[in-house]
Ligand binder design. Structure first.
Ligand SMILES: Nc1ncnc2c1ncn2[C@@H]1O[C@H](COP(=O)(O)OP(=O)(O)O)[C@@H](O)[C@H]1O
Ligand SMILES: [Mg+2]
Length: 211
């Protein structure tokens, strides 16, 4: 059995990751591929339970506890959903993965990128996606999308300051620059269909459809 391909979608809140994960999964299924569409934190019952802890505003996790919870959720997700699916030949489309931990939990004063990658080695045998789409949009466009989606109900991490989210966006760009073989930068402006078309053009080589 050929191992499936592992695709992650990354970027800040509201850039369109979940919208594009769904459209990409549908497109792959239309091509006759078996697809697991999943998300982080979450994707298994245990990891979804950890997700609730992470996003609940009644808790004030410090950066280390937060990083460990994300790593624990990812470990369960990889062991019980992503790994088995890939081994069965399914393609996995994951809405956020390790790069979100690297962008959100590392880069401040407390945790280094190496620390996050060590947790990933312990938790998930350092599994990396075959391809990672980094969706990028102007902060004004994103603010408008989020206002329409969430109103005043942003979660514990989504509701952090604009400065925090700008730093996260910059860290995502740095990660992409460090690993240009794996990352594909996607302009997330325009309609969902336009963004999807950009992603499918970048998927062509993986799908054996020419470049
Ligand atoms: N290309 C787009 N143009 C306008 N609105 C969009 C676009 N893509 C997604 N949206 C809307 O913007 C909001 C955020 O998109 P979503 O996919 O939830 O982003 P993310 O998962 O990255 O946080 C949703 O309400 C979604 O319907
Ligand atoms: Mg989403």
């Amino acid at each position: 059995m050929m191992r499936g391909k592992f695709i992650s979608l990354e970027g800040g809140e509201g850039v369109g990751k979940s919208t594009q994960a769904q459209m990409l999964s549908d497109a792959l299924e239309m091509r006759g591929l078996g697809v697991l569409e999943t998300r982080e934190p979450g994707g298994t019952p245990g990891a979804e339970a950890i997700r609730k802890l992470l996003l609940d505003k009644q808790f004030d996790w410090d950066v280390a506890a937060e990083a460990l919870l994300f790593a624990a959720a990812r470990s369960d997700h990889v062991a019980n959903a992503i790994g088995p699916a890939l081994n069965e030949g399914q393609w996995v489309v994951c809405d956020r993965f390790i790069d979100s931990s690297r962008a959100y939990q590392a880069g401040g004063d407390d945790l280094s990128d190496d620390a996050i990658l060590s947790l990933h080695t312990i938790g998930s045998y350092a599994l990396m996606p075959d391809i990672t789409f980094l969706l990028q949009a102007e902060s004004e466009d994103v603010a408008q999308r989020l206002a329409e989606r969430d109103g005043d109900n942003a979660d514990r991490i989504g509701s952090r300051s604009a400065d925090y989210h700008a730093r996260v966006a910059q860290r995502f760009r740095d990660l992409a620059a460090m690993d240009p073989e794996r990352f594909v930068l996607i302009d997330a402006a325009g309609s969902p269909e336009e963004v999807h078309a950009r992603i499918m053009r970048a998927m062509a080589p993986l799908l054996g459809e020419g470049g």
